[in-house]
Design a protein around this ligand. Structure first.
Ligand SMILES: Cc1ncc(COP(=O)(O)O)c(C=O)c1O
Length: 370
């Protein structure tokens, strides 16, 4: 193995009978990440409702529940169904759900779990109300935009939605926001965390002024969770923190040592000088890349050794400090840009610990994208 190769990673895959590309999780680092977030959020007396979309693993969900998670946030109804199938019974579909062909699934989910749904329009509130009318009560949480400008109404605009929801027979539980503009640059999280608090404060006041009781004021991304927790914010929904990734390191949200997942890949070509090619392309690393980032992942902790371009099954690695003596057949550890998109591309994780014990865990909700 060359100086860029990772002998231990090769041994783990061989012992599990797995081949590259493959997501490999360092269990002690995963556990430390889970415990740190759980402890720090709980010290602020705020509920932790981690986002399941990052890991999509019922094993890891159980580890979060064991550390006191109040429930789970989900990116799709399918993710919520997967958790309900495993007995998790407090679930938040954390985006503005439009019910159509999924109406029966939502009603069935309600029979198995306490379900909350995100809403950011009068139309979707009315539609949700008509779908669950005569059935079990449904909590909705109104999304407010705190600066990402993706979904959510301005905080001052929550009241018409709350009134329409109530009129439609829904229970208005509160408001939520997502400070995803924390990812726009290193250091942006401080302002984004503040924006989350401010938006929820204003949403709460608007709801109270309309006579609503406000139970839930939910914020949080991985970079902002510990910054916005407390004050009016009584719930946080970080997802990526379980594994972390290259984005988190580059924006200063976590240390190198807190990255728990890499994609193991094999060097398949060194034919062209100045680069090597691995068997991990866009179908393993995803093509996610924030506008200010270069490349699609880096090798090990060498930030200069970057997956410079991608094909479906090829990643071309180049390094400003050279490519070492990379050899065909080397197994390398690639730190992906955005771990959530990567996980959804695989059926299984390789889980390993420092004592050399390894296991295969399924990506339980893999592909449950609706
Ligand atoms: C609504 C919502 N909440 C929470 C999260 C989790 O944030 P992060 O991915 O930064 O951990 C996301 C991520 O996309 C989200 O969209």
């Amino acid at each position: 193995m060359s100086d860029v190769g990772d002998e231990r990673l090769a041994d783990v895959l061989a012992s599990l009978g797995m081949s590259t590309p493959c997501p490999v999780v360092n269990r002690p680092v995963l556990e430390a990440n889970l415990s740190r977030m759980a402890d720090e959020i709980s010290a602020k007396r705020v509920a932790l409702r981690p986002h399941f979309k990052t890991h999509k693993s019922v094993q890891i969900a159980q580890m979060q529940a064991d550390r006191g998670a109040a429930g789970f946030s989900c990116g799709t109804v399918g993710e919520a169904e997967c958790l309900a199938d495993s007995g998790f019974d407090d679930l938040f579909v954390a985006y503005p759900l439009w019910v159509d062909g999924n109406a029966d699934r939502l009603r069935h989910l309600q029979t198995r779990a306490r379900v909350r749904v995100g809403v950011d329009s009068v139309e979707s509130a009315e539609r949700l109300g008509s779908v669950v009318r005569g059935g079990l009560p449904l909590d909705i949480v109104i999304e407010v935009d705190c600066g990402l400008h993706r979904t959510g109404v301005p905080s001052g605009g929550v009241l018409p939605i709350a009134q329409a929801a109530e009129k439609s027979g829904l229970h208005v539980a509160g408001a939520f926001t997502y400070g995803g503009h924390a990812y726009t640059a290193a250091g942006a999280a401080v302002k984004a965390g503040h924006d989350e608090q401010q938006a929820l404060l204003e949403a709460r006041d608007a709801l109270i002024s309309g006579g609503f009781e406000v139970d839930v004021l939910s914020a949080g991304s991985t970079p902002t969770a510990l910054l916005s927790a407390g004050g009016v914010v009584n719930e946080e929904r970080p997802g990526v923190y379980v594994f972390n990734d290259r984005q988190q390191v580059e924006i200063g949200s976590c240390a190198d040592s807190a990255v728990a997942l890499c994609v193991a890949a094999t060097v398949v070509s060194t034919a062209i000088p100045g680069q090597f090619v691995v068997d991990a392309g866009s179908k393993a690393l995803s093509s996610d890349r924030l506008p200010w980032m270069q490349g699609f992942g880096n090798v090990g902790v060498r930030t200069d050794l970057v997956v410079d371009s991608l094909w479906e099954h090829h990643g071309v690695v180049k390094g400003s400090g050279g490519i070492g003596d990379a050899r065909v057949g080397d197994i390398v550890a690639i730190r992906p840009n955005h771990v959530c998109s990567v996980v959804n591309l695989f059926d299984e994780y390789a889980i390993t610990d420092d004592a050399g014990c390894s296991e295969r865990w399924p990506v339980s909700a893999r592909g449950l994208n609706s």
